[in-house]
Design a protein around this ligand. Structure first.
Ligand SMILES: CC(C)(COP(=O)(O)OP(=O)(O)OC[C@H]1O[C@@H](n2cnc3c(N)ncnc32)[C@H](O)[C@@H]1OP(=O)(O)O)[C@@H](O)C(=O)NCCC(=O)NCCS
Length: 165
C-alpha cells in the first residue's frame, strides 16, 4: 500500500466533498450544519490557491483517500506567519498513516514558505484528532468554551499549535 501525495486538482473536488459531507453530517469535526456543494468547495479551494496556500491530496492506487490544506489563521497583517490547517481522511481509511503523511507534508510546505507556526482548531469531542496532532508534535494551547453549537449541544474549540522553528 503506497500513499502518494500530490497537489489538489479541480477534478478531485467531488471525492473531497463526499468525505467532508460525511463528517459534516455525522460528527463535530466540522462546525457546518449543511452539506457542501461541489461549487462551494471549488470556490473555497480556489480562494486558498489564489493566495498561494497549498491544498494537497493523498491517494492509494489512484483513489483519493484524504486531503489537507492551510490558509491564514486570522486576517490582520501581523498574523502573516501563522496558518490554520486541516486534514481529513476517509473514515474507512483511518489508522493507515494517511493523515500523518498529509500533515507532515503540510508542515514541510509551511517551513518552505517560511511560516512560523501552525494552528489546528479541533472540537473537544474529537479526541482522535487531538491525539493525532499530539503525535506530530502539536500541543494544546487553549480551549474556547461553548464556541460552537451543533446537534443541540454546546461545543468547545481546542487550539493546538506547532512552532516551526
Ligand atoms: C484525525 C485524522 C485526520 C487522522 O488520520 P489517520 O490517517 O487515521 O491517522 P494516522 O493513521 O496517520 O495516525 C497518525 C498517528 O496518530 C494516531 N492516531 C490517529 N487517530 C487516532 C485516534 N483516533 N486515537 C488515538 N490516536 C490516533 C495514530 O495512532 C498514529 O500514531 P503513531 O504515529 O504513533 O503511529 C482522521 O481520523 C480523520 O480524518 N478524522 C476525521 C476528520 C478530522 O477530525 N480531521 C481533523 C480536523 S482538524
Amino acid at each position: 500500500m503506497e500513499i502518494k501525495i500530490r497537489n489538489y486538482q479541480t477534478q478531485d473536488t467531488e471525492a473531497i466533498v463526499e468525505i467532508l459531507n460525511h463528517y459534516i453530517a455525522n460528527s463535530t469535526a466540522l462546525y457546518d450544519y449543511d452539506p457542501r456543494s461541489i461549487e462551494q468547495q471549488l470556490a473555497i479551494f480556489n480562494e486558498k490557491l489564489q493566495k498561494g496556500f497549498p491544498v494537497i491530496v493523498a491517494t492509494i492506487d489512484a483513489v483519493l483517500v484524504g486531503f489537507g490544506y492551510y490558509s491564514e489563521f486570522r486576517f490582520r497583517e501581523a498574523y502573516k506567519f501563522t496558518v490554520e490547517h486541516s486534514v481529513y481522511v476517509a473514515e474507512n481509511e483511518h489508522g493507515k498513516g494517511i493523515g500523518k503523511v498529509l500533515l507532515q507534508h503540510l508542515i514541510t510546505l509551511a517551513k518552505e514558505q517560511k511560516l512560523h507556526t501552525m494552528v489546528a482548531v479541533i472540537d473537544s469531542e474529537n479526541q482522535g484528532s487531538i491525539k493525532f496532532h499530539e503525535k506530530s508534535g502539536f500541543e494544546i494551547v487553549g480551549t474556547v468554551k461553548e464556541s460552537g453549537y451543533k446537534f443541540d449541544r454546546w461545543l468547545h474549540s481546542v487550539f493546538m499549535q506547532l512552532l516551526l522553528e
